[in-house]
Design a protein around this ligand. Structure first.
Ligand code: SP5
Ligand code: ZN
Length: 344
């Protein structure tokens, strides 16, 4: 069985982001997931689950994945903020920094960039997205072979104690952490950007000395030239206690070039021999994406899904980026066709 968990989250609509010194209209728009939803609804409406039927992600789970004080901070924004969006301008980085009391300082303390605005509705939207990923994970535990959490805001740049890159709660990490209670979990991040938040969360959690329960692999644009500009280099592969893998790529990557790298990443995952696979799924690798520069085609997402499903694991796809709203419905439909072919 295959289910799609869809949350368009109409109330979260950040109007702008601060990019290279200018306010530009925000790339992470409602229309992204609304257009995916329209395409999936035309194709197969009976496989869709909506927020009213999601299991709410428990606070306890959020606080195992993220730092509890960061979760409490996000929850407090529901009262602290108005409908006007805030953007941080002084960021929390480096060692020895202390938690400020002033509100804009505090927002920056928990944020990594000027791309991730908050208002009084943002936390609610992030909770619904996280609950979609959580519910999809539970559906795999209940016996589904595959699921697709079509949610926004995305999650993979949100780390142990930070928002960033349009992300507030790490939907992929919440799903992977949940599944890791039942078995070993591989994570494959195929968004155009490095999944720095996901890597950070599991690296921090593994420092407690537990056995490694997840193995993250990311294929993405070279972080020397593209966001998140800080991690995702090939020689970053973890240590004896926590292993992971990075496949950074140059610009203009074609379907054939991408697929060669994908097959390597899938072999790494097969060697780890997980029980579950969580895929951070971005369509910002598409040739027409306005903020990225790979050259993948719509039909490739079908092949990508088939290659992934060939691992024969219980597999959850979680929506991350993808900003070409005209093509995003067709790209998601192509992916879903590949997933369904892979069920056989
Ligand atoms: C989840 C996800 O894909 N987050 C990506 C965040 C990257 N933000 C970088 C913003 C770059 C904005 N570029 C605007 C180009 C306008 N021509
Ligand atoms: Zn991305």
């Amino acid at each position: 069985m295959f289910k799609e968990f869809v949350a368009v989250n109409l109330s979260h609509q950040p109007p702008y982001e601060l990019w290279e010194g200018r306010l530009i209209s925000h790339a992470e728009q409602v229309a992204r997931v609304a257009n995916i939803h329209d395409a999936l609804k035309r194709h197969n409406p009976e496989s869709i689950v909506y927020p009213e039927d999601f299991q709410q992600v428990p606070l306890e789970v959020l606080k195992q994945v993220h730092l509890p004080e960061y979760v409490d901070y996000l929850l407090s924004l529901r009262e602290k903020c108005s409908e006007d969006y805030w953007l941080a301008s002084s960021f929390g980085y480096g060692g020895g920094i202390r938690r400020p009391t002033e509100e804009h300082g505090l927002l920056g303390y928990y944020s990594m960039d000027s791309y991730t605005p908050v208002n009084n509705k943002t936390t609610e939207a992030a909770l619904i997205a996280a609950s979609g990923a959580y519910s999809a994970a539970l559906s795999l535990e209940a016996g589904n072979r595959a699921a697709y959490a079509v949610v926004r805001p995305p999650g993979h740049h949100s780390g142990k104690r930070n928002m960033g890159g349009y992300c507030y709660l790490n939907n992929t990490a919440i799903a992977a952490h949940t599944l890791s209670q039942q078995g070993r979990v591989g994570i494959l991040d195929v968004d155009y950007h490095h999944g720095n938040g996901t890597f950070d969360i599991f690296e921090q959690n593994q420092k407690q000395g537990e056995a490694q329960a997840v193995y993250p692999i990311s294929i993405h644009a070279d972080p020397g030239r593209k966001f998140p500009y800080r991690s995702g280099y090939e020689d970053q592969a973890g240590n004896d206690h926590f292993k992971y893998k990075n496949y950074p790529l140059g610009e203009g990557v074609t379907d054939e070039e991408y697929n060669r790298v994908l097959l390597k990443a899938l072999q790494d995952l097969a060697d780890y021999n997980p029980d579950f696979l969580v895929v951070s799924m971005g369509f910002d690798t598409y040739g027409g994406d306005p903020i990225a520069d790979f050259a993948l085609t719509t039909s490739y997402y079908r092949q990508m899904a088939k290659e992934i499903m060939d691992l024969k694991l219980k597999t959850l796809f979680v929506q991350e980026g993808g900003y070409e709203i005209e093509a995003i419905g067709d790209n998601a439909l192509s992916l879903v066709k590949g997933i369904k072919e892979g069920l056989k």
